[in-house]
Design a protein around this ligand. Sequence first.
Ligand code: SF4
Ligand code: SF4
Length: 99
Amino acid sequence: MLIEDRKAWPCVGCGYCCVNQRCSFGVARHPGAQSGLCPELEWTGARYVCRLMMPPSDIADFVKRQLRAGEGCVSFENPWRRDVRQRAREEAEAVGKKK
Ligand code: SF4
Ligand code: SF4
């Protein structure tokens, strides 16, 4: 069977992936917040980052490995990638409703 290479683009920190589909860490930590902006998402002023992957998180390396952080973005056509900015709660909630 021919398996195509996984295409990935650089992550620009738009945050869309964490809004569109919560990872298992986000689900486990925040079972009551399954839609909209993940409570672990933090806007730095220039991009979103995951608090679980940043100091002082004691599981940062584990989370990064499990989620393949640093290996690029596979959601290159998402509408937020071209417009990286802090999102309002309503915008994030609307992403979930489109499914
Ligand atoms: S959707 Fe892609 S560019 Fe946006 S935060 Fe996720 S990996 Fe990064
Ligand atoms: S912000 Fe972190 S915990 Fe939340 S969905 Fe994204 S990677 Fe998962």
